[in-house]
Design a protein. Structure first.
Length: 652
């Protein structure tokens, strides 16, 4: 009887751990299933990462000749891309391979964070979990710091998120190893070695890992007052070896070169560099406090909490220090603010964890002395996972869904493999509509699938501009499901499943003309050259919005044009809540009329005699002093100042 009763405790512990793992993995699988079918970014980075993955699937290596197509991605760290290429080969889709790695990285990051609760003793674990969950919820409702996982929202930092998953998994593993077997000098050296290997994924989490290992060594040196001098010497040697190994890694030079580009990285709360530095400083101070608490000779030292405090504190200190160091480098024109901002995701997440742990240490010291397993402790990681999903990620707006992307990917691949887009000149995609990433989809197909070189023509689909060298345009891949002049019936030469078509690029080019004619259609069906217009947004189904306070349309007169005497404009003013749009029209610099509009109208504008004397061109100028943005009107985040939507212009 006694022996049987003595075995109950270990069985309960093992049973509790099995339940913890089961609950955590089950919820992690649900989050994976919810997030996997969607892309949350319409950034060109998505096209660049996709392009490298597809290239690896087709060539399994990156030669020097790839630079003209892949650009900076030809030297980019590519371990995560290789994994995505392997998975993509099995799934017969680069997009699915990329989604598998990105979504798995998201879930691994969160599981690593959630697992920390299981290292805390007794009721202290509940104090930590409840505080952390409340902080995540408060963050959502107040300052909205971008937490880990947001690397693939708005921007698409595919490799950074994969590297962050490795970094956080290492932190969680090391904290557990120290909890089970005690601290030692071997663990930091293992971390440093793994950090150097991580440089092949992404440099930011790699140097975070290096910093984390060195801070662990520093804490190890301070933990014994009798041998601190010898341990400090070991630390100095480790700094030299670790920094040298990272510097000599091929990925370091490549990433440093890429970091010189000051890209676009919007952050919700830390919108300026001083705010980011404040976040880094706050995280750094909280990190130092945790490291101090973890030292064995400190009066707040709690053996069961020390490992968690030391490892979370060391990770936070490394990220904070490196962020501030990167800011100093950027001020010296080594790198960019864009590179500094990449640390925000890790800083924000670690800070919330550190606050939760500090609250646990100072408010529940007596709980932390309890070595028993807390009631329902098995549910703690699942609670953290649920909080991260509900309060951090679930409100992220998908920009594309997998079925739509896969249909596009399949049609473009068939067009390439069957030779439908082959020819003397590169092929491009134009006029595709794909969620909120239509222009990026055009660019992705042109560059990543059709292999168009990185020149001015390949960026034209991305920014919806005219081709700067139209004479070198080959086939045009488009869709009749969303008709545009790029899928004009008279120029289609190949039809594909799903409504996708391949058109003759030079045939479409011939449709564009800046010549004056009786009727101009301003929708995408109008074949109007953007070089004719200033102050207009892109063509839409109904027409084009004027953008700003002044817009012009110029057409070239040809011999034999009639002597037009009036112009009719079909317009729709942007008039939220009855806002009046004042419009002053001039023809070739001569005033031709003033109007105040709140509703759709057809304006009949006489062409002044003085304006008709120019036999070379006709320029219609619109002055719109009351142009208003949807953002100013409280309708959306659209910051364009809109005046009129022009639908049709008729010369009579």
């Amino acid at each position: 009887m006694g022996n049987g009763g003595g075995n109950i405790g270990p069985h309960l512990v093992r049973g509790g751990r099995s339940l913890t793992v089961s609950a955590t993995l089950a919820l992690g699988a649900c989050i994976f299933a919810w997030a996997f079918p969607y892309g949350y970014s319409a950034s060109p980075d998505l096209a660049h990462h996709y392009g490298l993955i597809r290239w690896l699937m087709e060539h399994w290596g990156v030669s020097e000749g790839a630079a003209s197509i892949l650009g900076e991605m030809s030297i980019y760290p590519r371990y995560a891309h290789i994994l995505a290429a392997v998975l993509g080969t099995a799934a017969h889709s680069p997009f699915l391979g990329m989604q598998l790695v990105a979504t798995a990285s998201l879930v691994v990051c969160w599981i690593a964070l959630a697992s920390m609760s299981q290292l805390l003793p007794g009721r202290a674990s509940w104090m930590f979990v409840c505080t952390f969950v409340v902080l995540i919820a408060l963050n959502r409702e107040t300052i909205s710091l971008d937490l880990v996982g947001h690397e693939i929202v708005v921007n698409y930092f595919f490799s950074q998120l994969a590297g962050q998953a490795c970094f956080l998994a290492i932190v969680a593993f090391c904290a557990r190893a120290e909890t089970n077997k005690g601290s030692g000098i071997v663990l930091p050296f293992v971390v440093i070695a793994l950090a150097v290997l991580m440089a092949g994924i992404h440099l930011v989490p790699a140097i975070e890992g290096l910093g984390y290992g060195l801070v662990l060594l520093s804490a190890h040196a301070l933990s014994d007052k009798r041998t601190w001098l010898l341990r400090s010497a070991v630390l100095v040697g480790a700094v030299g070896v670790g920094v040298a190994a990272m510097y000599l890694h091929p990925a370091f030079a490549a990433s440093r070169s890429i970091s010189e580009n000051n890209g676009f990285l919007p952050l919700s709360a830390v919108t300026t560099l001083p705010r980011l530095m404040l976040l880094a400083a706050t995280t750094g101070l909280a990190s130092l406090a945790l490291i101090w608490i973890s030292l064995p000779w400190h009066r707040f030292h709690l053996p069961r909490v020390a490992a968690v405090a030391r490892h979370i504190g060391s990770a936070g200190a490394a990220i904070a220090f490196l962020c501030m160091l990167q800011a100093v480098a950027a001020a010296m024109h080594l790198g960019s603010e864009y590179a500094v901002r990449k640390y925000a995701f890790g800083l924000s997440t670690i800070l919330l964890m550190e606050i939760a742990l500090l609250v646990t240490v100072f408010c529940s010291k007596r709980f932390a002395q309890d070595s028993t397993r807390a009631p329902f402790a098995w549910s703690q990681p699942a609670m953290v996972l649920a909080a991260l999903w509900i309060f951090s990620f679930s409100d992220s707006r998908p920009d594309v869904d997998a079925p739509s992307f896969l249909a596009l990917e399949n049609a473009a691949t068939v067009a390439k493999e069957t030779g439908a887009v082959n020819g003397e000149h590169p092929a491009y995609a134009r006029g595709l509509v794909l969620g909120d990433m239509s222009n990026v989809a055009n660019y992705l197909v042109s560059q990543a699938i059709f292999g168009a070189p990185r020149d001015g023509n390949v960026f034209a689909p991305l920014y919806d501009r005219e081709f700067p060298a139209p004479e070198t345009v080959g086939a045009i891949f488009s869709s009749t499901n969303d008709p545009s002049f790029w899928s004009d019936e008279g120029c289609v030469r190949t039809r594909l499943d799903g409504g996708f078509v391949v058109s003759n690029g030079q045939c479409i080019r011939a449709r564009f003309s800046d010549a004056c004619r009786e009727t101009f259609i301003f929708s995408f069906k109008g074949f109007l050259s953007t070089s004719m217009m200033t102050g207009f947004s892109n063509a839409e189904e109904g027409g084009r919005w004027t953008e700003g306070n002044r817009s012009t349309i110029t057409c070239r007169k040809a011999e034999g044009n009639p002597d037009w005497t009036q112009l009719k404009l079909d317009v729709q003013p942007f008039s939220p809540n009855g806002h009046v749009q004042a419009v002053e029209i001039s023809i070739n610099g001569v005033s031709a009329g003033k109007y105040s509009l709140t509703d759709a109208a057809t304006l009949t504008v006489p062409l002044p005699e003085a304006a008709r004397n120019d036999h070379h061109a006709l320029t219609v100028s619109l002055s719109l002093p009351n142009a208003l943005s949807p953002k100013e009107a409280g309708l959306s985040s659209d910051g364009r100042k809109l005046g009129l939507m022009l639908k049709r212009a008729t010369l009579q």
